[in-house]
Design a binder for this molecule. Sequence first.
Ligand code: SF4
Length: 171
Amino acid sequence: MSAAQPTGIYVHVPFCRHACRYCDFHFSTLLKQIPEVVAAMGREAELRIPHETPARTLYWGGGTPSVLPDAEFRALNATLRQRIVLEPDAECTLEVNPEDVTPDRVALWRSEGFNRLSIGVQSFRDDRLDWMGRPHRGQDAVDAVRRAQDAGFEDLSIDLIYGLPGSSLGE
Ligand code: SF4
């Protein structure tokens, strides 16, 4: 990785509360090892990211970054931000699931320097969410978007899945 040109940092957070039916990334078995795995991720970041690496974007994807407990979230974020120098208008994104977007958590993410959320909505229909094996309800997704906006996130995206078996073009 060159430190000369601003770069994009992607952090893969390999944890999920459960395995969604359509997904090949099943990290639910790692949940009990969050402290050890996050500590190892921090050590790897220290080994691989040169000091003062300029960055224009920071993106935490998964898996589900929003399952990280506060302590591990803060520790990993601190380690990363000690290694990189973000540009003033850098985009810092966190992938989150609707059920994790509580007022406390969204305030924490904001205070930790994230300015964009990517919310795993997938569908606003409960029957489709049941088919996918997602734990949230359509209303939870609406609430999550509003909570994020209330906390000051102006830059939001949502994931939506379409073309499920039995769904119509109109749907
Ligand atoms: S939460 Fe995301 S990464 Fe995890 S199993 Fe579901 S779709 Fe896959």
